[in-house]
Write a protein that binds this ligand. Structure first.
Ligand SMILES: Nc1nc2c(ncn2[C@@H]2O[C@H](COP(=O)(O)OP(=O)(O)OP(=O)(O)O)[C@@H](O)[C@H]2O)c(=O)[nH]1
Length: 601
């Protein structure tokens, strides 16, 4: 067995803060290497999902194989691995990075280093990547490449003297990027005579081909017709097709060491393929699996219920369809006294939650009520057992709980100096513990440890609003810590609304309860009777508001005459009704469930 270097291959990814031009550069690289015709280039190629494009973020990792004739006269195969740009998908990012040897670090030359730049580049450094800094958007008048170079050296601590100044938009200097990839990034190494060992980087469901698996071959050869084994799940599958993306799918029959491509076979569900798993030859397995494999765990849960109970089966069908392509999304049936039949769903983070909810509503035309997002708590019971709590409504008797642990995150925030005070206050208000405060050029960089449950509702929105959109934020889950947490229930007209119950820190329970009652008072329309709104811990009421009785005739304003206007108003009222839920005798509008949880004190 001999390990050798595959000199004509380079595997790289692009790391960048959101909007710094990763997709535009990727498109330029594809175009410059002539992989697609100009007509095919009209759309951004790598971001393929609608919602991704609308939100300008990349969710599913994809990859493209480029062929580049370099200045040295040789033709190179360049595999560009696209990485998801958001923290919720950090594990997928780390697997994509593990599949290559180097990264292009794209920094907007008019903006400089941002929180995600740091988080992503540190991940690339952890993956032992060689890093080529690229300064993008130098066509902008505000671009200051020299200052940004200094910033990269100072903050990230890598040599930026050879950083490539480009404009991905105008196509300026793209050749120089390709040359840097060839000259600076190391080629892959591997042993083609060894048993197959490949990293499962990503997988998705294709209507024609079934499950498509993206892999990076480390050793051996992945061939059409062979039987492979996934070492994490111990499942074996026949291989039907082996190929690469150019970015169109092209069959090439086999992939050798250092190569990146896809295969299809007898795999039924995306859930059967775990990102990070090792793929080997079923008949001649490799001795050791690749390190670092961990199944992804949902960290945020919420209930999703159809507004119209008759839509329950449609919702179940839609969730099944989404899960086909997203194994990290989980759901199980749940019944709520107030909301009826629905599902308890698990997500990788808040963005993931929003994306799934939006797709259910948009692609499947469902009207949904979502309950408060909750993190996963670890309960240590008095009998010594450990329980995971996904839903505050399921909280066991407090007498049986010894301690409650909650997940904490480490957050990195970059903000212009003038908003620093407000940012620190926000973190402090959310039980944050300051770890570091530094300067990156003219901007402050603060590192905080925060309980995830304080971040889960509206932290990011608040951060953006207090910094006028200038602060950037990134986080990762760090650990579980014990907290003095209590379950707060909300009662509307003396009926507990389980969908609004939540775990809060004891020290904040009263102010949260008060804020919640005040909010609900505004959100719940007056009825024909008086409605008390209360917050309680155990049997103890900690806050109360009253919605005064009101008899309101919506058509009263239309003095008889205009029938069409009258009908419009009644229709509008009916529309409003549809989005309400009855709790005992009280109608609560759907918006109330999320709005009540936002704490914009
Ligand atoms: N002026 C200028 N604008 C650019 C340049 N490169 C990209 N842009 C613009 O910057 C915006 C963001 O570019 P994208 O390529 O979508 O950014 P991205 O980093 O891929 O963003 P995510 O996919 O969300 O991670 C778009 O409006 C681009 O047109 C450039 O060189 N100059």
């Amino acid at each position: 067995m001999t390990t050798r270097t595959f000199d004509n291959i380079r595997n790289f990814s692009i790391v960048a803060h959101i909007d710094h031009g990763k997709s535009t550069l990727a498109d330029r690289l594809i175009q410059t290497t002539g992989t697609l015709s100009a007509r095919e280039m009209t759309e951004q190629v790598l971001d393929s999902m609608d919602i991704e494009r609308e939100r300008g973020i990349t969710i599913k990792a994809q990859t493209v194989r480029l062929e580049y004739l370099a200045e040295d006269g040789k033709t190179y195969i360049l595999n560009l691995m696209d990485t998801p740009g958001h923290v919720d998908f950090a594990y997928e990012v780390s697997r994509s990075l593990a599949a290559c040897e180097g990264s292009l670090l794209v920094v907007d030359a008019s903006q400089g280093v941002e929180a995600q730049t740091l988080a992503n580049v540190y991940q690339a450094i952890d993956a032992n990547h060689e890093i080529v800094p690229v300064l993008n958007k130098i066509d902008l008048p505000a671009a200051d490449p020299d200052r940004i170079k200094e910033q990269i050296e100072e903050v990230i601590g890598i040599d930026a003297s050879d950083a490539v100044p480009i404009s991905a938009k105008t196509g300026l200097n793209i050749e120089a990027v390709l040359e840097a990839i060839v000259k600076k990034l190391p080629p892959p190494k591997g042993d083609e005579t060894a048993p197959l060992k490949a990293l499962l980087v990503d997988s998705w469901y294709d209507a024609y081909l079934g499950v498509v698996v993206l892999v990076r071959v480390i050793d051996g050869v992945l061939k059409k017709g062979m039987t492979i084994k996934m070492m994490g799940t111990n499942a074996s599958h026949g291989v039907d097709k082996v190929g690469v993306f150019t970015p169109k799918m092209r069959d090439i029959g086999q992939l050798g060491p250092g190569e990146v491509g896809f295969f299809t076979g007898s795999i039924k569900e995306v859930a059967d393929t775990r990102v990070g798993d090792t793929i080997t030859d079923d008949r001649k397995p490799t001795a050791s699996a690749l390190p670092g494999f961990k199944p992804v765990q949902p960290v945020v849960f919420c209930g999703l219920f159809p507004v119209d109970a008759a839509e329950f089966e449609n919702l179940r069908g839609a969730m099944g369809r989404l899960r086909l392509n997203d194994a990290s999304f989980s759901y199980e049936m749940e019944t709520s006294a107030a909301l009826g039949f629905g599902f308890r769903c698990g997500f990788l983070g808040l963005l993931h939650l929003e994306i799934i909810q939006e797709r259910l509503e948009r692609e499947f035309n469902l009207d949904l009520i979502s309950t408060a997002p909750s993190v996963v708590y670890h309960l240590k019971m008095t009998d010594g057992s450990i329980k995971e709590l996904h839903n505050p409504a399921d909280m066991p008797d407090v007498m049986k709980i010894e301690t409650i642990e909650e997940p904490w995150i480490r957050a990195t925030i970059l903000t212009p100096d003038e908003y620093l005070g407000a940012v620190l206050k926000l973190c402090q208000d959310r039980r944050g513990v300051q770890i570091d405060l530094n300067y990156v050029g003219k901007r402050a960089m603060v590192v905080y440890d925060l309980p995830l449950n304080e971040v889960v509702f509206d932290f990011y929105d608040r951060l953006k609003s207090i910094s006028k959109g200038y602060a950037s934020f990134d986080y990762h889950i760090s650990d579980y810590r014990e907290g003095d947490l209590v379950k707060m229930s909300v009662l509307v007209n003396a009926e507990p609304v389980d969908a609004l119950s939540m775990l809060v820190h004891r020290g904040r329970a009263e102010s949260r309860g008060r804020a919640m009652c005040e909010k609900l008072k505004d959100l719940i329309p007056p009825h024909m009777f008086q409605i008390p709104v209360q917050a309680a811990i155990g049997g103890k009421i900690i806050a109360r508001e009253t919605i005064r009785a009101l008899r309101k005739d919506v058509t009263a304003k239309c003095y008889g005459g205009d029938a069409s206007r009258k009908r419009k108003l009644l229709d509008k009222q009916k529309e409003g009704k549809k989005r309400m839920r009855q709790f005992g005798k009280v109608d609560i509008p759907q918006e109330a469930f999320i709005a009540a949880l936002k704490m914009d004190s």
